[in-house]
Design a protein around this ligand. Structure first.
Ligand SMILES: C[S@@+](CC[C@H](N)C(=O)[O-])C[C@H]1O[C@@H](n2cnc3c(N)ncnc32)[C@H](O)[C@@H]1O
Length: 456
């Protein structure tokens, strides 16, 4: 495996086998590495909506072509169809529908079904000539890296998978088992504008990057017509030479216990990152107050405490959860595991129903919590700030009649501008990704509307 990479080098790690270290100082926003997939698979809801090869969305101007034999794969062009045909579809086409309608497949949980499809697509890549010997003879660099990934028991007995007999011969069970043991802890969820739409195997990223709940990098996916979907590892903040490069395997805003259980179950390790260490030392957060007045006071205080830190310009991004360390204990009830899901739901409901004052007051508290719980420049903070900017603008144009309590006021153009500055700083750092349009385009349009409103 060639790991002579520009920004990262691999070195041994006492418990995680190895880790990726920065070979030089890396500025925030820099793409540390771009990685090709070994294979990807759309989630069922996206089948027929996107090209199975390059993932562009079909439209009435660019209608997708259905595979005329299996009628289960769609392509935006004959080139994409040909590329996928050569990779795996020539082996899968005839048996794909039998495979996914088999009772064993139907009995699998959703995530296991995706792994089963990825496995079926990987086998023709590992054994293009149906020469089933282990280890495979003369693997491509990507297959070689895949074989080199950490193997773990997936907890799913192999006889629960549908038979894998795509080539002329049946795939030997021990080979299926060896390949399948690399799934589960090595698959990525592909997203566009932070909405998941596919799963994929990116062996080089799996081989290189360990997890942290306070990561210095995040993954983005580049969807380009006719090209494989590239995974890019983007620096969230300035990284110094020698620092370990990490990405999040789980959402850092999930409660500590849930993160630890998921990481242990799916990847077999206990996370000891800076966020986990701090949260473990703090222990359980007390429940939020039932009294509404008391609750509003805490919400007001957390906004005053955290929101100045979301201003991107000139504020160096912390490499440790600085805000959580400094958070007054009196505000801990707002970090209780019940509170964040509760206000997220309130925010979505109020903004969808046009209750802009409520949405803005709840959304502001949510932004404060995200700022405390997520590492600096984490894209979720930027996406939420953009939602707040749009809500403030909608409130302005519909002249929403909100109450006049200190935390519950109708939005103003000034609010919209402020949230837009936060959103732009973070999302421009994260960079263009996913489908066409999306948050960067929305920022541009809203900025134009605000500038226009200023002029008139
Ligand atoms: C996708 S691989 C990452 C690359 C891996 N370190 C290697 O050398 O191939 C995931 C595995 O790495 C290990 N790992 C990743 N992050 C870790 C962490 N923060 N602490 C301990 N082990 C970790 C676990 O064994 C996990 O199942």
């Amino acid at each position: 495996m060639d790991l002579s990479l520009r920004y990262v080098r691999l070195e041994t790690h006492p418990t995680a086998r190895s880790r990726a270290r920065a070979t030089c100082d890396i500025p925030a926003g820099r793409c540390v590495l771009a990685v090709e997939p070994l294979t990807t698979s759309l989630i069922p809801e996206e089948k027929g909506r996107r090209c199975d090869a390059c993932h562009v969305i079909g439209s009435k101007f660019k209608q997708l072509l259905k595979c005329s034999r299996c009628a289960s794969f769609w392509y935006c062009s004959p080139q994409c169809q040909e590329r996928q045909w050569k990779e795996h579809h020539r082996k899968l086409c005839r048996s794909y529908n039998r495979f996914i309608s088999h009772s064993n497949f139907q009995a699998l949980a959703a995530a296991q079904r995706v792994d089963a499809i990825l496995l079926a697509q990987v086998i023709p890549l590992v054994f293009p000539d149906d020469n089933f010997t282990w280890p495979p003879a003369d693997p491509s660099p990507s297959v070689g890296t895949f074989i080199d990934l950490i193997a773990k028991d997936t907890g799913l007995p192999i006889d629960m998978l549908p038979p894998l007999n795509f080539g002329k011969k049946n795939v030997p069970r021990d080979i299926v088992s060896s390949l399948f043991s690399r799934f589960g802890n090595n698959n990525f969820l592909l997203h566009s504008h932070l909405t998941s739409y596919a799963h994929g195997v990116y062996p080089l990223s799996s081989r290189l990057f360990n997890h942290s709940c306070w990561p210095n990098c995040a993954t983005r996916y580049i969807i380009k017509s006719g090209a494989p979907v590239m995974m890019e590892i983007v620096a969230l903040r300035d990284i110094t030479e020698g620092e370990e490069i990490t990405i999040p395997y789980a959402d850092p805003a999930l409660p500590y216990d849930i993160r630890q259980t998921a990481l242990q179950m799916n990847y077999g390790f206990t996370c000891t990152c800076a966020l986990c260490t701090l949260q473990r030392d703090i222990g359980q957060f007390p429940p939020p107050p039932v009294n509404q007045e008391e609750r509003s006071r805490l919400e007001y205080e957390i906004c005053t405490f955290a929101l100045p830190s979301t201003r991107p310009a000139g504020v160096p991004a912390a490499s440790t959860p600085e805000l959580l360390t400094k958070l007054p204990r009196t505000l801990y009830p707002l970090l209780n595991s019940t509170y964040l899901p509760d206000i997220s739901e309130q925010f979505s409901k109020a903004s969808h129903e046009g209750q802009y004052s409520t949405a803005l007051s709840v959304g502001r508290t949510l932004l404060a919590l995200y700022t405390v719980l997520y590492p600096p420049n984490f894209p979720q903070i930027g996406m939420h700030a953009l939602e707040l900017a749009k809500t403030a603008w909608n409130s302005v144009v519909t002249q929403d009649e909100g109450s006049s309590s200190p935390v519950d006021q109708p939005g103003t153009k000034k609010d919209a501008r402020l949230y837009l500055i936060i959103a732009r700083g973070i999302l421009e750092n994260f960079g263009p990704e996913g489908d066409e349009g999306g948050p960067l385009e929305e920022i541009r349009v809203l900025q134009e509307l605000l500038d226009e409103a200023e002029r008139t």
